[in-house]
Write a protein that binds this ligand. Structure first.
Ligand SMILES: Cc1ncc(COP(=O)(O)O)c(C=O)c1O
Length: 358
């Protein structure tokens, strides 16, 4: 079976975990700090704050930016539910703006029409490993005095005009096992703003600035040293992993026929967290079944846009037509692109897809 995702854990990760276990300092020790510093360097920012997941990184960032009840945050409906749910966690309302057909990312041309007096932030989601079109998004945010929280949970190391995602606004990353690098579970916030960084650290630690003095409401969103040790070892391999993902994606794009292959806009470095094709003519689900029968895993990310999820429609009353997002949910299929694929795996994926589509 060729799986859709596969974490690559080597001796470095295993050794690093053993060292932490032997050290006796399992939490709040030196590994978290080292991982944060290395992650900030990778991103080209001053600070990185490690959390328990991408979801808690988003939640913490929104709180640190003072977003709360009565506020609106503009984001994409074509993403993992955590992007929008994190906005709900702080009592604010997600406002969905449709995506671009070619990149699957939020369409900057549609953002201004969604701004109201309640809008406090834009949350661009760099989906599948590709940066959003950040220049117009940053211009709009400046013009309307809005915060930018980048959901870069799928885009470690991706760049937009030479600049790393997560360095434009407040960045958030997931370190879940299917991601380009993992810490088993974990998350990271990136920022060059000293105050936001400080606020995130306080929220992550029960609102505590001085030991056992709690000035505000916070959470336990701390990463353990065991997770940080894995993450640090993985971070050293990020460039290698991303290179392999890009090579695999290039091979697929050069050989696949009858499907729409991923777009890489000029100036963007796509890190292919997912290699997502469009399958025309209502054939997506049958292609997925066919691939499965031939021992090839694939995935539909995502089958339902967030504004049409049951909870959003029934409990929150969302009634919206966002045609590009809805079309994407019917056509997208992600094929394996992870670094553990062999040449034979790639050839097999191409021949099964091409034979089915011809
Ligand atoms: C776009 C996006 N946002 C947020 C998250 C949440 O990350 P985590 O699963 O680490 O909480 C994910 C994870 O899948 C994601 O893909």
């Amino acid at each position: 079976m060729i799986s859709i995702a596969k974490p690559l854990i080597g001796d470095e990760e295993k050794q690093a975990v053993l060292e932490v276990l032997d050290s006796g300092i399992l939490a709040q020790g030196p590994r978290v700090k080292a991982f944060e510093e290395a992650f900030a360097t990778m991103c080209g920012v001053k600070h990185a704050i490690a959390t328990t997941s991408g979801t808690t990184a988003l939640h913490t960032s929104l709180l640190a930016l003072g977003i709360g009840p009565g506020d609106e945050v503009i984001t994409s409906p074509f993403t993992f539910i955590a992007s929008a749910n994190s906005i709900l966690f702080v009592g604010a309302r997600p406002v969905f703006v449709d995506i671009e057909a070619n990149t699957f990312n939020i369409n900057p041309d549609l953002i201004e029409a969604a701004i109201t007096p309640h809008t406090k932030a834009i949350m661009p989601v760099h989906l599948f490993g590709l940066s959003c079109n950040m220049q117009p998004i940053m211009e709009i945010s400046k013009k309307h005095n809005l915060q930018v929280i980048e959901d870069a949970c799928q885009s470690h190391g991706a760049t937009y005009h030479e600049r790393k995602v997560g360095s434009f606004g407040t960045g958030t990353f997931s370190l879940y096992p299917t991601k380009n690098i993992t810490s088993a579970e974990g998350g990271m916030i990136t920022t060059s703003d000293d105050q936001i960084a400080e606020s995130c650290r306080v929220i992550r630690q029960h609102g505590m600035r001085r030991r056992y003095y709690h000035d505000e409401l916070g959470f336990n969103f701390r990463m353990t040293d065991v997770h940080a040790a894995i993450g640090l070892a993985q971070l050293k391999k990020l460039e290698l992993f991303n290179d392999r993902r890009q090579e695999n994606a290039t091979y697929l794009s050069n050989h696949l026929q009858g499907v729409v292959t991923p777009c890489i806009p000029p100036g963007s470095e796509h890190v292919f967290h997912q290699y997502t094709i469009r399958v025309p003519d209502g054939r997506r689900d049958n292609l997925m079944i066919h691939l499965q029968e031939q021992g090839i895993g694939s995935g539909v990310y995502y089958p339902v846009p967030i504004h049409q999820q049951t909870y959003y429609m029934n409990d929150l009353g969302y009634r919206q037509s966002l045609p590009e997002s809805e079309k994407a949910t019917r056509e997208v299929l992600s094929l394996p692109v992870h670094p553990a694929l062999s040449k034979a795996d790639l050839q097999s994926i191409v021949s099964v897809v091409n034979e089915f589509m011809s």
